[in-house]
Structure formats: structure tokens, C-alpha cells
Design a protein around this ligand. Sequence first.
Ligand code: NAD
Length: 351
Amino acid sequence: MQRQFIYTALPARVVFGVGALAQLPAELDRLGAKRALLLSTPEQSEAVRQVAAALGSRAAGVYDKAAMHVPIEIAEDARRVARELQADVGITVGGGSTTGLGKAIALTSGLPVIAVPTTYSGSEMTTIWGISEGETKKTGRDPKVLPKTVIYDPELTLDLPASVSAASGMNAIAHCVEALYAHDGNPIVSLMAEEGIRALAASLPKIIIQGSDVEARTAALYGSWLAGCTISTTSVALHHKLCHVLGGFGLPHAETHSIVLPHVMQYNRDAAPEAMRCVARAIEAVDGPRGVYELEMRLDLPMKLADIGMKQPDLERAARIAAEAPYPNPRKVEYAPVLELLRHAYEGRRP
Ligand code: NAD
């Protein structure tokens, strides 16, 4: 029997497909925007300047200092630039870091954002913002930061390096997995989650062999859109909590998600059997947690927290922080088993 649920849809407009970036001027027209501030990381400065050049006089300026986890100094600097340029829209060209900067500007000014994602983070579909100050990261949900339009153009992802593609794709799969067992999940989100995992698990192995495979890139972007949709209205659980905590230890975002995911799934295995069955079906594996682990091995991803900068003595502190103020999770979050989970992730043990 279907359990009770509440479903909230967010007002999202998605323009999807090879060559979709050509729709950007029309999307500016829809918003009545005439002075765009374009945002990127320093690494994508050239790409964003090409987009700006194509917009001509409607590009009021480029700010290319976006950085991981949106440091407060950068957010404030970008807000100042947006004010000085009298920008009436922000256009983000990049991954979750750049989308996050656009959201940080929107949070205090209401500046509408058009997101052009170039990774699989899914941030562009969510109302979740994050700003870091020193070692702590504040996050929240606010409808103001949700991009007005998202333009998914697979051509912009052809140069995304194999390792970033794989890790970012697993970050998206993690969104889907947690949506499948979210305490406030619902059947529509579960459909999107399973389909998102299916699309990503089928396309990522092809992408790491040939990054210019447009069909695989298109499928991965489709999967990441679905993944973003899944966490846009459901709560995240132990996995995202742990990754948030580990981010505070300076670990890289997408790789941390990838390493931790099979171990959190193992932790939740008996408490969320239907979710595990969905994942196994989507990745065509016999077992969900082991199947995800094996997929990551095929993608040549780092498999141990030890290999991405985690220090063994910090495991206990991380487990304590995660267990102190846990998010709702299918299995009770307790210090000792969470520490064991982290030790397995530290060693990269097969679930
Ligand atoms: P990222 O945005 O930091 O990008 C990683 C690197 O890849 C950057 O140097 C970037 O410039 C480069 N890059 C991106 N696209 C490229 C392309 N197509 N070709 C070449 N290089 C490219 O990484 P990410 O994993 O997308 O984002 C991580 C951030 O997003 C974290 O801060 C995380 O907290 C946040 N995030 C937020 C949400 C949300 O809902 N708010 C969801 C997921 C992630």
C-alpha cells in the first residue's frame, strides 16, 4: 500500500539539449534582463568570456573568482560587483561552486540567476545555498536562490576531465540514493531518483573512456538534472551530513561523496531495503552498496578517505560531530557504528 506523502514541486524552467546555450539570449528576453553579470571559476574564465562575448552589450561584466564552498569574502566581493554594474541577472557558467556563488548573490539581493551547469553537481535545481566562513559552512534553503532558468548543454561538458566527471557524477548518484530513503520522500521523487541513477551509471563509464562522447555526456547531464530535482524537495540524510562534516576537514567535495556513499548505503542497508533494491536495479547489480562500490572502481575513482587527505586521528571527531546533531536517517545515527563506517571508508573496504 502506498504510504502517505506530501509532494512539493519547485518552479523550474529547464532548457536542455546539444546546442541549448544558443537559447541564452531568448532566456534573457523572457526575464527582461539587459545587464548580465557572468560568473565562473578562474579555471573557466575563458569559457565564460566566450559566452559573454556572444551576448554583446547585454554582458555587463564577468566575475571569474568563484571557488569551492563559496568563501564569504568572494560572495561579498561578487555582490559588490553586481551592485556596481547594476546587474539585473546573474549567469553562472560552471559547476556547483559557480552556481553557489550565483545563489549567494541572489540570497541577499534577489538577483535572478540563469544557471548553465557544466558538471553533474545538481546544485542548479535546488533552493539550497551554502557559504563558508573559515572552517564552517552555513547552509540553508531559500526559494530566492533557485535559478529562474537552467540551460543544460552537453557540449559545455565535453572538456570536463574524466576524474571530475566521475566524482561529480557519483555526487549526483548520492543525491538520488538519499532521496530514495528520505523520510519525506514520495513516489515521483523516487521515479526521478532511480532513473537518474540509471542514466548516470550507464553513461559515466563511457565518459571516462571517451570524454567527447556526446550521447553519454547528454545522458549524464539528464541524470544530474534528475538528481538535482530529487534533493530539491526531499531531505538529505546521513550521507550528506557526513560529507558536510568531512568538508570541514578540507576534503574535496565530490570525491568525498563518492568514497563515502557505498559505506553509508551499507550502514542503511537493512533499514532501507526498498531503496537498496531500486539502486541495484538501476545499476544492474545484484547488491546496491556493493554495486555502487564496484561502479566506482570501474570509474577509477579514489576509494579511500586516506587517499584524499583525511587524517586517521580525525575520524573520531568526525563521527562525533555527525552523531551529535544527525539528520533524519533510516537507521538511527549513533557514534560507534558511524565511526566504524568512517573507518571502512578511510580504508576503502569493499561493503
Ligand atoms: P566545482 O564547481 O568546484 O568544479 C570543479 C572544477 O572543475 C572547477 O575548477 C571548475 O572550474 C572545473 N570545471 C567545471 N566544469 C568544467 C568543464 N565543463 N570543463 C572543464 N572544467 C570544468 O565542482 P562541483 O563538484 O560541480 O561543485 C562542488 C560544489 O558544489 C561544493 O561547494 C558543493 O557544496 C556544491 N554543491 C551544492 C549543491 C546544492 O544543492 N547547493 C549540490 C551539490 C554540490
